[in-house]
Design a protein around this ligand. Structure first.
Ligand code: FUB
Length: 448
């Protein structure tokens, strides 16, 4: 049943260009913070669940995703990993729910990360900055003076008067305060957000028609829900208004609410893609959010088919475009073998069910300058599977190849934006061992 619904959603997406939920499938993502920046695109800053998961411990390598129609998504690539955080815990991991804000020409990326081995007692809120929304981030320090057990999940809200507010919290405590103009220091002191009922974590603040909203995950056992409260001031006191996103099937819940091209949306995560039903292999979704006349929020309908395009569809996703590379026999190793004979006489590479199977593409062109490129594996998979990706010998871990319904339905695309060297000097290696996948070709599209 689950499989047929997913294939239906995939076909619907291809035929009528709807989105689908989850809308990022190639890697596991969670905790989406969505923002619309001055270039008119919507950017989502999620965290990245690493497969295989070990709780939330191994989470690392933030990727950013952007769109101009909410249907075609572009992986902007990785912007930060724990090994770049000089003050971070030496064991790495624990790169949890982030947020991003823009002020005076700089994008500020805020992320929770522990500074010590005793991770839950050493959380800090780190900051990386860039003059671009989704690349070129330089890791810096952290916000001084914030501390506390389980104090995670930063969120920044910039009011219409330009004042910036900072929120964070976990383990039943939510605090807010003003940010200085430099966006890296708290102006005054943080204060408890009064009036929230059953607060757990995942604070998010937005404003609509002059009313401030604070949304957050509650403590509902086993499957947190999203609640919200409203106020006439960005720091409260808050009036609790109830649940607006029910259980998603996942123990955690985390969302952001944003207006884009005249409609309001809720970004959140569930675990519907996880082949093992694992609560730490999450995927981000988007659905409509509707307000009543009095400003209260109606219960969100969580869909598999997703939303209709926002505005005009400009097919600018890099997923599937670019230079194509077909495997030659010489590029195959182990059990990887050329097969063929589907209805179109297509030749493809099979045998990836075994971990002995590998395919290597040499001389992949990274363009004159190199840099970010979207790599897409075009495949067919009878059931959910994964492949392991290496780029120039660096391990990019597992990419999901969600089922296409049959071993010869080559409608699958698994994409990741990766850094490439200039010229035809790059090696892409794909390794099997995580389920049956047949690979038709790969494509590589530089992001300018
Ligand atoms: O993703 C790690 C943690 O799980 C987040 O920081 C929380 O909000 C919860 O989603």
């Amino acid at each position: 049943m689950k499989r047929s619904i997913f294939i239906f959603a995939l076909l619907l997406n291809i035929l009528i260009c709807y989105s689908q939920n989850p809308f990022i499938t190639s890697i596991y993502t969670a905790d989406p913070s969505a923002h619309v920046w001055a270039d008119g695109r919507l950017y989502v800053y999620p965290s990245h669940d690493i497969d295989p998961a070990r709780g939330c411990d191994l989470m690392d390598r933030y990727h950013v995703f952007s769109t101009d129609d909410l249907v075609n998504w572009r992986d902007e690539g990785e912007i930060l990993r724990s090994s770049q955080v000089s003050w971070g815990r030496k064991e790495g991991g624990f790169m949890w729910a982030p947020d991003c804000a823009y002020k005076n020409g700089t994008y500020y990326f805020y992320y929770p990360h522990p500074s010590g081995t005793d991770w839950n007692k050493t959380w800090k809120i780190g900051i990386a900055t860039s003059d671009k929304p989704a690349s070129g981030f330089t890791p810096g320090g952290y916000i001084e003076g914030l501390s506390g057990n389980a104090m995670i999940d930063p969120a920044v809200f910039i009011d219409t008067d330009g004042l910036a507010y900072f929120y964070y919290g976990g383990g039943s405590v939510c605090q807010g305060g003003k940010l200085k103009d430099n966006m890296t220091e708290i102006n005054g002191s943080m204060q408890n957000m009064e009036g929230l009922v059953d607060f757990h974590e995942a604070a998010w603040v937005f404003k609509r028609n002059g009313l401030y909203y604070l949304t957050y995950a509650d403590n509902t056992k086993g499957q947190n829900q999203l609640r919200y409260a409203t106020s006439n001031h960005p720091l409260g006191p808050w009036k609790h208004q109830g649940v607006f996103l029910g259980q998603t099937g996942c123990d955690t819940n985390h969302g952001s609410v944003v207006e884009y091209k005249g409609k309001w949306y809720i970004f959140y995560h569930n675990q519907s893609l996880s082949h093992t039903g694992h609560g730490n292999l999450r995927s981000i979704c988007v659905d409509y959010i509707h307000f009543n006349e009095d400003g209260t929020i109606r219960l969100v309908e969580q869909t598999k088919t997703g939303i209709a395009p926002a505005g005009k569809v400009v097919k600018r996703s890099d997923n599937g475009k670019g230079a194509q590379y077909k495997a030659s026999k010489a590029s195959l190793q182990g059990t990887a073998a050329v097969a063929g004979g589907d209805a179109n006489g297509r030749q493809y590479v099979t045998g990836f069910g075994s971990k002995e199977a590998a395919i290597e593409f040499n001389q992949v062109d990274g363009g004159r300058q190199g840099g970010r490129a979207t790599l897409t594996i075009h495949y067919a998979a009878p059931a959910f599977a994964r492949v392991k990706l290496f780029v120039n010998n660096a391990d990019f871990s597992l990419l999901n190849t969600v089922t296409t319904g049959s071993p010869t339905a080559f409608i699958g695309k698994a994409s990741l934006t990766v850094p490439l060297q200039p010229g035809k000097s790059n090696t892409i290696r794909i390794i099997g061992g995580w389920g049956e996948v047949n690979i038709d070709h790969i494509s590589v599209c530089p992001i300018r």
